[in-house]
Design a protein around this ligand. Structure first.
Ligand SMILES: Cc1cc2nc3c(=O)[nH]c(=O)nc-3n(C[C@H](O)[C@H](O)[C@H](O)COP(=O)(O)OP(=O)(O)OC[C@H]3O[C@@H](n4cnc5c(N)ncnc54)[C@H](O)[C@@H]3O)c2cc1C
Length: 442
């Protein structure tokens, strides 16, 4: 059975919820599809103590007319105006007049010796597992990598009773001096920072510092840290480590949206290069929950009612982007992080491909053909982002590298014809060139 929508939103994180709720106020038939069993995305996932903002948006969604498809994953875009979705038991097509992509982001891992040992995890990954019930009280945790996520995760784990042994930010302290001026103009962010610091009172914070090796027989026992050429070892039960979030671009690339500097290019209305397809939240640039909500509102209103509905929000967004750019340049990755992996360190952990094997190749495509790098179950979602930084290879996610289905699927889902007549379909139209400023550049 197929469903028809005036506006279809993919992703029920803050951006997708705001887009769907805002669009549905116009009376249009709006659908919201997400692969998790409940709405909320990364930050408001179930198990998270819901703050006032989260409660407000989740309640608005509950009382809206939005048709929700939770537990459905978009796997293909067989033709313009149609998305193919799959659940645990079923596969169907969703037809749309307009589409809003709010597919969020995932963590970037940089390989180092020992990074595949059990209990070495992404910072957001460990946080999510604790929210899902993993007992952390009394465990010794090192948090490393870069960006504000480290502080958020350290604070949450500390509040759940973890002993945070160290927080290691790879960027040097001097880079945060210009950023402090932006922070003073953002009282909400400043208060959030103070809250995190209060929760992690007594923790050692290091800047210009990162994990260089993890050791342990069956699971993690210790981590070696490096700062200014000095190395030392700390005992710990968990290492939570992530180097920025990277956007989930697969669907946008499959649809043919232009990708620029690693993000979906949009104009100020968040219209992409494909007519009728909008994009909001992390895929347009990593900006945090407030920007994701703002962009969701802009995309939802612009898709439902056109540009006049969003003028004020657009100038608000421009102001927020300045803060995001300042944070991004403060936490730019140190080139020394390219030297963390040794010849035998695995980079593609699905297909067991080492740094030494990859180093001999000149491009992502070449490496993929010769080594099977990126051809395992995660389809390059982990090693693609790592090789971008390590070797400067073209993104694994450029349009020409994306083929459907974008996730592993049930065999039965492969048998559905692409010329399914239930959706009217259309030719793939190209929008006017996006003119807005991308949220960030790398
Ligand atoms: C542990 C953690 C703590 C954080 N703390 C803070 C904080 O304190 N302050 C802050 O500003 N930000 C924080 N962030 C960042 C914040 O989560 C993001 O900025 C925000 O969630 C972005 O919202 P989004 O809607 O763009 O994406 P997401 O929240 O990532 O939502 C995207 C949704 O789309 C779904 N999806 C993707 N592809 C498909 C598909 N093909 N089919 C179906 N569904 C799909 C995903 O499963 C997900 O549910 C934190 C992030 C993490 C991981």
């Amino acid at each position: 059975m197929n469903e028809h929508f005036d506006i279809l939103v993919v992703g029920a994180g803050p951006a997708g919820i705001a887009a769907a709720v805002s669009a549905s106020a116009s009376g249009k038939r709006v659908g919201l599809v997400d692969d998790n069993p409940a709405p909320g995305g990364q930050i408001w996932r179930s198990g998270t103590p819901a703050g006032a903002e989260a409660r407000k948006w989740l309640a608005r969604l509950d009382t809206s007319s939005v048709f929700r498809l939770q537990g459905w994953r978009v796997i293909d875009h067989p033709k313009h105006g149609t998305l193919r979705v799959e659940s645990d038991q079923d596969c169907r097509d969703l037809c749309y007049e307009k589409l809003i992509l709010a597919t969020g982001a995932r963590e970037r891992f940089l390989p180092f010796p020992g990074w595949t040992i059990p209990n070495v995890m992404g910072a957001g990954g460990l946080d999510a597992m604790v929210r899902g019930g993993l007992p952390i009280a009394g465990k010794r945790v090192v948090v490393g990598g870069t960006g504000p996520l480290l502080l958020a995760v350290a604070a949450h784990l500390a509040r759940r009773g973890a002993k945070i042994v160290a927080v290691c930010e790879q960027a040097p302290l001097r880079r945060f001096v210009p950023f402090a001026a932006y922070l003073l103009r953002e009282p909400a962010k400043l208060l959030q920072g103070i809250d995190y610091l209060t929760a992690t009172r007594g923790t050692r914070f290091y800047t210009g510092c990162w994990p260089i090796a993890a050791r342990g027989k069956e699971k993690l026992e210790s981590v070696s840290l490096q700062q200014s050429g000095k190395n030392w070892k700390v005992r710990c039960d968990y290492l939570a480590c992530g180097y920025h979030l990277v956007p989930n671009l697969e669907l946008a690339a499959l649809i043919g949206c232009r990708i620029e500097d690693g993000f979906v290019a949009t104009d100020d209305m968040l219209q992409t290069s494909v007519a009728g397809v909008f994009c909001a939240g992390e895929p347009t640039g990593i900006g945090g929950v407030e920007l994701a909500l703002l962009e969701g509102k802009i995309a939802g209103l612009a898709a439902a009612a056109g540009p006049a509905a969003v003028e004020k929000l657009v100038s608000h967004r421009r102001r927020r982007l300045r803060f995001v750019h300042a944070l991004r340049s403060a936490t730019a990755l140190d080139p020394q992080l390219r030297k963390l992996a040794t010849e035998t360190t695995l980079v593609c952990r699905c297909e067991d491909v080492s740094y030494g094997a990859l180093r001999k190749h000149v491009s992502w495509r070449d490496a993929k053909l010769q080594t099977r790098c990126g051809m395992g179950p995660c389809q390059g979602r982990i090693c693609g982002a790592a090789t971008e930084f390590l070797f400067g290879w073209d993104s694994a996610l450029v349009e020409s590298n994306i083929r459907p289905p974008i996730f592993p699927v049930m065999v039965s889902s492969l048998g559905i014809p692409d010329d399914n007549q239930a959706c009217p379909g259309d030719k793939n139209t190209v929008a006017d060139t996006p003119t807005g400023t991308p949220k960030e550049t790398r």
